[in-house]
Design a protein around this ligand. Structure first.
Ligand code: AP5
Length: 306
C-alpha cells in the first residue's frame, strides 16, 4: 500500500480508493470490496471531504452528482478520490442558558469541529488568576461583556490555531457585540452558518440555577432536565460563579442590548432553531441544517467540476 504526503492509496480487488488521510481502518475504505461503488457515510464524509470524484474503468472522472469528465492516461480500474475538505465554520448564538454549550457537545461529537467558547476561554483565565482573568472576572460577575481588548485577540488566536483550521470550528458565544462582529470581518473570519437558539425567557432562569458542571469531563448537567448518571458524578458537580438568579438577569439584560447588532451581521446565513424542546430534538434541527449545508456544498462542488 503506497503512501505519500498528499494522497494515500488503498487497493482492494477491483477498486482503488484515494483519500487525503487513508488508513486501513479509515471509514473511507469501501467495507465491501465486491462493490465497485464509492461509499461514504455522512458522518465519515463530513470531517474529511467536501467533494468526491470517481474515476471509472471507462476513463472518466465524475462527481456522483455531476457529468462525467474524460481523462487521459487513466488506469484501467475504478478509483474513488476525495479532495481535501474545506472545513465547516459554524457560529452558535442564543441567550444565556439557551443551550449553546449542550448543543456544542453534540455537534462536536458528530462533526468533529473544534469547539471554541468565549466564556470557557475567559473562565480559564479567571481560574489561572492571570491579569486578564482578574479583569474579566469583574465584568463577568456583573453579567457584563468583558472588554474587547481582552476577548478579541483571545478568540482570534484560538480560531487561527492549526486544529481549528484543519478540522473547522464551532464558535460559541462569540461575537456578542457589533465591535466583535466587525473585528472578525476585518480579520477575514466569516462563518458558513449562524445558528440561533430560541428559548422563552421564563425558562432561562430555571436552566441557569439548575445547571451543574462535571469538572472531570466538562459535561453540562441540569438537576431536573439532565441529571447526572451516577452518585459518584453527582458528588463532584460544581456550579458556575455567575449562575445565580440575580446574575442571569444581568446577563440577559446585556444580551438584549447587543443581540440585534450581531444578528444583523449574519442575517443572510442565520438558521433559527427552537431551543425549547428536549436537547436531542434541538440537535435534530441543527443536524438537519448542517447536513443541508454540506449537501449543498457537495452539489456546488459537483457543478463546478461539470
Ligand atoms: P458564557 O459562558 O458564554 O455564558 P452564557 O452566554 O450566559 O451562556 P451559558 O454558558 O450560561 O449557557 P449555554 O447557552 O451554553 O447553556 P447550557 O448548554 O450550559 O459567558 C459567561 C460570561 O463571560 C458572560 O456573561 C460575559 O461576562 C463573558 N463573555 C462570554 N463571551 C463573551 C464575549 N464574546 N464578549 C465579552 N464577554 C464575554 O445549558 C444551560 C442549562 O440548561 C444546563 O443545565 C443544561 O443542562 C440545560 N439545558 C440545555 N439544553 C436544554 C434543553 N433543550 N432542555 C432542558 N434543559 C436544557
Amino acid at each position: 500500500m503506497g503512501s505519500n504526503s498528499c494522497l494515500n492509496f488503498a487497493i482492494t480487488h477491483h477498486c482503488v480508493y484515494l483519500s487525503p488521510s487513508f488508513s486501513p481502518n479509515s471509514k473511507l475504505h469501501n467495507p465491501n470490496p465486491n462493490h465497485n461503488q464509492f461509499l461514504l457515510s455522512r458522518s465519515s464524509f463530513i470531517p474529511i471531504a467536501t467533494s468526491s470524484f470517481a474515476l471509472h474503468s471507462n476513463h472518466t472522472l465524475s462527481h456522483p452528482r455531476s457529468k462525467k469528465l474524460p481523462l487521459r492516461n487513466a488506469p484501467n480500474f475504478y478509483v474513488a478520490a476525495s479532495a481535501k475538505a474545506v472545513p465547516l465554520k459554524v457560529m452558535i448564538s442564543g441567550a444565556p442558558a439557551s443551550g449553546k454549550g449542550t448543543q456544542c457537545e453534540l455537534i462536536t461529537q458528530k462533526y468533529g469541529l473544534v469547539h471554541i467558547a468565549a466564556g470557557d476561554l475567559l473562565r480559564v483565565e479567571v481560574a489561572a488568576a492571570s491579569e486578564n482573568g482578574k479583569r474579566a472576572k469583574e465584568y463577568m460577575e456583573k453579567g457584563e461583556l468583558v472588554p474587547d481588548e481582552i476577548v478579541v485577540m483571545m478568540v482570534k488566536e484560538r480560531l487561527l490555531q492549526p486544529d481549528s483550521q484543519e478540522k473547522g470550528w464551532l464558535l460559541d458565544g462569540y461575537p456578542r457585540s457589533s465591535s466583535q462582529a466587525a473585528a472578525l470581518e476585518d480579520f477575514g473570519i466569516h462563518p458558513d452558518i449562524f445558528i440561533l437558539l430560541e428559548v422563552p425567557e421564563d425558562n432561562l432562569v430555571e436552566r441557569v440555577v439548575g445547571r451543574r458542571l462535571d469538572p472531570l469531563t466538562g459535561k453540562i448537567y441540569h438537576l431536573k432536565y439532565s441529571p447526572p448518571e451516577s452518585e459518584e458524578i453527582a458528588s463532584r458537580l460544581t456550579q458556575r460563579f455567575d449562575d445565580t438568579e440575580e446574575r442571569v438577569k444581568l446577563r440577559l439584560h446585556t444580551h438584549h442590548q447587543n443581540v440585534e447588532a450581531v444578528l444583523s451581521t449574519y442575517k443572510d446565513i442565520t438558521v433559527k432553531v427552537n431551543g425549547n424542546v428536549a436537547k436531542e430534538n434541538v440537535f435534530a434541527q441543527i443536524d438537519a441544517a448542517l447536513t443541508e449545508l454540506l449537501e449543498q456544498r457537495e452539489v456546488n462542488s459537483g457543478s463546478l467540476t461539470a
